[in-house]
Design a protein around this ligand. Structure first.
Ligand code: IDP
Ligand code: MG
Length: 149
């Protein structure tokens, strides 16, 4: 099965949206493989967002991500990377579709509630930044036979 890295950002944690986000992915039928509430150290924020290091918004982004605890997760399922990207919505919540997490809960591109990996390669890279292999729980879930053909 495919895996993706998802993170409720500090604004989402402060606003009490962790349960809502987890519920949406559970309701979709995805399987939770790992989760942790954590104040991210600077090195891992830089590693996570290394493609944006030179962008003008990077200092603000780093301060935002380190402003409070994040809720880090790994979700599993067929085509999970693309499915979760659609479920979180466009980067700018002002343009994100209603029904998406950012479309339903955000207003500002600098406070967009949630992160999710944008490709299978990014997912593998980001999971490895934040989780040890032993933290990824391998188990079968009883609804699998009715979720997949
Ligand atoms: P993504 O999170 O939808 O993949 P990216 O373009 O990879 O979007 O940007 C990473 C994160 O950087 C965004 O989720 C957002 O928190 C922040 N960000 C991106 N563009 C801006 C901006 O123009 N102003 C402020 N923050 C931004
Ligand atoms: Mg991105």
């Amino acid at each position: 099965m495919d895996r993706t890295f998802v993170m409720v950002k500090p604004d989402g944690v402060q606003r009490g949206l962790v349960g809502e986000v987890v519920s949406r992915f559970e309701d979709k039928g995805l399987k939770l493989a790992a989760a942790r509430l954590e104040l991210l150290p600077e090195e891992r924020v830089i590693e996570q967002y290394r493609e944006h290091l030179e962008k003008p918004f990077f200092p603000g982004l780093k301060a935002y991500i380190m402003s409070g605890p994040c809720f880090l997760m790994v979700w599993e399922g067929k085509d999970v990377v693309a499915i979760v990207r659609r479920m979180i919505g466009a980067t700018n919540p002002a343009e994100a579709a209603p029904g998406s997490v950012r479309g339903d809960f955000g207003l500002d591109i600098g406070r967009n509630v949630i992160h999710a990996s944008d490709s299978p390669a990014s997912a593998a890279r980001e999971i490895a930044i934040h989780f040890e292999p032993i933290e990824l729980i391998d188990y079968s879930k009883i609804d699998e036979p009715v979720l997949y053909e």
